[in-house]
Design a protein around this ligand. Sequence first.
Ligand code: PLP
Length: 394
Amino acid sequence: MTPSPIAAFSRIGEENAFAVLARATQLMREGKDVINLGIGQPDFPTPPNIVEAAIKALRDGHHGYTPANGILPLREGVAADLHRRFGLSVSPEEVMIVPGGKVTMFMVILMFGEPGAEILYPDPGFPIYRSMIEFTGATPIPVPVREENGFAFSAEETLSLITPRTRLLIVNSPANPTGGVTPKAEVDKLVKGLAERPRVAILSDEIYDQMVYDGEEHVCLLSYPEIRDRTILLNGWSKTYAMTGWRLGYSVWPGRLYEAARKLAVNSFSCVNAPAQWAALEALTGPQDAVASMAAEFDRRRKAVVAGLNALPGVSCATPKGAFYAFPNVSQTKWKAKALASALLEDAGIATIGGPDFGVFGEGYIRLSYANSLENIERALGRMRDFLERKNAA
Ligand code: PLP
């Protein structure tokens, strides 16, 4: 009989977006017309200059291992990009190249999670935070993210949840699944409180930092010297450059933690795919017009999706200020959120994700990714209207 893995594997979770993607793909294979507003990935191709850089790297013979922390020109490129965008002074020795944004959260949570430790994470939030916290045996402490607060996190509520056992705080702005952006004044308040709690490490997930709308400004947590020595920045290429399948991310680590992260890299993935790293360098140093035009297109769709959702019976949708998600409140329909998401897929051919897949505070909401064409978004909204009218009448 095959032996079982250790008990921790009974606690590890999932990202239901992948299960919804699999089901949507299966339905499409059966000939159904499914509009996919489920998975969170840009529908644009990777810009051609980036693709060409990867091909060139292969032709130039970049076929071998690279240093585990990434090639130096790319780490320099990340440091220069953070300087260009936020005026930050980051050393390439603090930058680590990893296979996807997810890998940074995996490493950080492994570093701070153990039985007896508490880790604070946003709820609703990216499901892997909680999954990994539980895997380590640490206690997950959800920090509620509230619609009445524009889906920004509350500094006061976050700080009130910190105890002597808190080892790590995870923050995410712009946020998945809500699209919430936390204003600078609130971030300032949080940092002020954290400055008085020096034992707490901070993981700042800023993977959507170039997707902010309505004149909002992204605040990078590395800009605060008072917490810099215990802040880890998570970022990457997946969303900004439409490169989800390339598996490319980076993190910035304070010196003491860098070595631990590098060892995790050596013990697991060795290094990121070499041509992908050269493509990532082209992404940062080449023309940035594609980033701006993708964000402008997301903005157009955001407006359409919010207006359309607010016109549906029983649905209200706060205007998301970032990322490419809308998180409408569906509590006034007669559906529980997960049942609604499932019925929308099976009955109306629209893939969405139920709010509870992002945590208990996600009940009453569903997530729509508007990384799909305006035409498909309009079609999906029309189908949702038909569905809700039909079912509410039933
Ligand atoms: N962080 C957040 C908040 C995300 O939404 C995602 C992906 O959906 C990630 C991290 C992971 O990104 P990657 O695909 O680069 O691993």
